[in-house]
Structure formats: structure tokens, C-alpha cells
Design a protein around this ligand. Sequence first.
Ligand code: ADP
Ligand code: ASP
Ligand code: MG
Length: 406
Amino acid sequence: MALVVQKYGGTSVANIDKIANVANKVIRTKEAGNDVVVVLSAMAGETDRLIGLAQKAADNPDGREYDSLISTGEQITVSLLAIMLNAMGCPAKSLLGFQVRILTDKAFKKARILTVETTAIQNELGKGTVVVVAGFQGVDPDNNITTLGRGGSDTSAVALAAALKADVCDIYTDVDGVYTTDPNICSKARRLDRITYDEMLEMARAGAKVLQPRSVELAKKYNVPVYVKSSFTDEGGTLVTKEEREMEKEVVSGVTYDRDQAKITVVHVPDRPGVAARLFTPLSENNIVVDMIIQNASIQGHTDMTFTVSRKDIRDAKRIISDVLKDVGAEKLEVDDNVAKVSIIGVGMISHSGVAAKMFATLAREGINIMMISTSEIKVSCVVEAKYAELAVTVLHDAFGLERES
Ligand code: ADP
Ligand code: ASP
Ligand code: MG
């Protein structure tokens, strides 16, 4: 008998028929002799709808009320599944984040999980009950409802699996595993049987939304085996796990793209010590993650500073930077959200030279201009014009020999 955590994403619970499909899968797992904890997302499109309502209600919605609103989609799906399971003769109970007590910090919209209490869940499992937990949400030390950032149900599931010391965390979604690139934009994408935590983490951070980055961080930290599987077929699957010696080290194992990017340029900044700190400290204090940063060569004591943020942070970042613009003596702010980030990832890059150069040459051959570049040991990312994202992914996938053998 094992303890299994199963997470089902938005498309897997998009309507009553799909929730019935989930109920059947849960019952099958339970009947095979396992304890089952299910984590659900909201129905596909529901969180977007709720966000749209909040934005209609106010230009800059209050964070506490915003999270209270956008977390409601998950309350609907967990109670519906519990209703169905009970009606099918399988005892089940739904729990919201505060009822489990998934304690988070106070950062509304992007809270981080601090601790997960397991007593309530374990009591229910002890009675033979299937526990259905609302993903994406927690509660802060002041009892406010918080949410974990888009795609946060993955993180709820892995955090629960870690806290409960589950044997496995299955992430059920609309594709049958992790591919060399998004199979929905590149028909030659190849499914990987296994991928290391480190590579998965880089792919997730670079925009492969199949797993939220924070979920992979937690899986790595607590050594939780994560299987990415399809809700709709029993075929395939990808195991995300620690590196094993026999694992093949491909130079490049994946290509990702991220359209959720915006480029902000602070124009004509005085080139003197302390300016970067004055610009970036208030951004980090407001939990805005700055990804790439470039500073141009200095001309007559002035420079342009360009950086990228997530699109949802544009408004806050503009407000924050505008406040310090005069202080630091910069001229103005320019925002370009017509960009995408394209990345290649692979642990094998550490021991190979020329990988970045090959990436640049491949993009150049297609006439794709590179606006920004960043590199790490196992990743190279380029910011390009948004309209080239898919073409860039396809030609890079091809250039690094990742295509499916057929
Ligand atoms: P869910 O609603 O189940 O959480 P998501 O939409 O968040 O599902 O994530 C699944 C999607 O991730 C897939 O439909 C696919 O388009 C996208 N994706 C991007 N990169 C990859 C990749 N490398 N492998 C698999 N899926 C990917
Ligand atoms: N419902 C949330 C979202 O759409 C969380 C999730 O799906 O993981 O982002
Ligand atoms: Mg998701």
C-alpha cells in the first residue's frame, strides 16, 4: 500500500464529464490499495475569468481581496469531485488551504509555502477517506487567504507530497509527459521518459509551463518523485527525478519559450555606483522578479539599463521605477511587451563549448534579431521579437537534433 498524491490541472477538470473521469481514476487508485490525496486546479479558464472580474472592479485591486476572489475556482472543483466520489460510494472530503493549514508568507498573488500541517489529512486517510485538497491556495499567519502564483496547484501537490512523505506525486495534465519542447507548438517534440530535477527546473523557469518552477524546487529539495502523466490516456509519462549515473547527458535536452515577458529600459541613467541598487531594490521589495539585465556601454557618463519582468508585473514595475526615476537622474522609461524569451537547456552544456554560438547562428540564419542574452551553466536564453517565438523554437529544436525519430 502506498500514499499517492495526484494533481489534476484545469483542462482535466474543465467540466462535469472530465471531473467524472478524474473520479474514476481516483477510485481505481484507491481500489488498488493506496491512500489517495487529490489536489485540483480550477476549471480551465476560470482563474482567468476571475482575474478579469477583479481588473474590471478596480485598476489596482487590493491584494488580500484579489487572492480571496481568484482562489474560489478551486473551491468549486474540489467540492464537485468530493460530491461525485461520495455518490459513487467512495468516501471523500474536500479541504481548502486554510482547512489543511497550508501556511504561506504574506505575499499576495505569489505567496510561498512555509509549512503544511498533515494532521487533518492523516486523520481522514486513517478513516479510509480520499482527501481532495484545493490547489493554488494557502493561508498567511494573519489568517488571510493567499494564492501561490499562476500554475500554483503543482506546487500545492508537491508540497503536500513532501509533508506527507508520499511515495509519489502524479501530475495529471493535457499532455502525456514532459517533451523536448512544447508539443503543442512543435510537432517534432519528443517525450522524455526521465528528466533530472535540475533540467526540469531550468525548463520550468524558462517558460515550459507543464510544471510550476517552485514545484520542481520543492520536489528536488525533498526528493519527491514526480510523474507527469496524461489525464486522458494511460500511455507515456515522464519521471522527474535526481540524476542517475546512467542517465544520458545530452548537450541540449530541451527548448522553451516564454511569452510572459516585458522589456523595460531606463533611458539615460547616470553611470555611477549605487544606481542599479536604487532601481532594483524597490522592485525586489515588492516581490517583482527581474530576470535578465543588461547595461549598455557608457557614453559621456550615461547609460541605458534594460531588464525583463513578467508581463503581469509591468504596471507595478512602471510605478515603482517612475518613483525613483528623478532621484537617480534618469531621463525616461520605455516598455516593450512585444517580446518573448527563447531558451535552450541541457546539463551536458557544462562540458561543451560553442553551444551558445550555435544558438545565435541558428537564429541569425532565420533573420531573427536577438535583443538580450543571458547564460548559465545549463541554459542560454535570448529575448526576441514575440512573433518569432515559435519559429525560433522550431529551428533550435531542429538544430540541436532533438526531433522525434520516425
Ligand atoms: P494544467 O492545466 O494541467 O496545469 P498547463 O497548461 O499548466 O496544464 O501545462 C501543460 C501545458 O504545458 C501543455 O499543454 C503544453 O502546451 C505546455 N508545455 C510547454 N512546454 C512543455 C514541454 N516541454 N513538455 C510538455 N508540455 C509543455
Ligand atoms: N488555477 C490556477 C491557475 O490557473 C492554478 C493552477 O491551475 O495550477 O493558475
Ligand atoms: Mg499548470
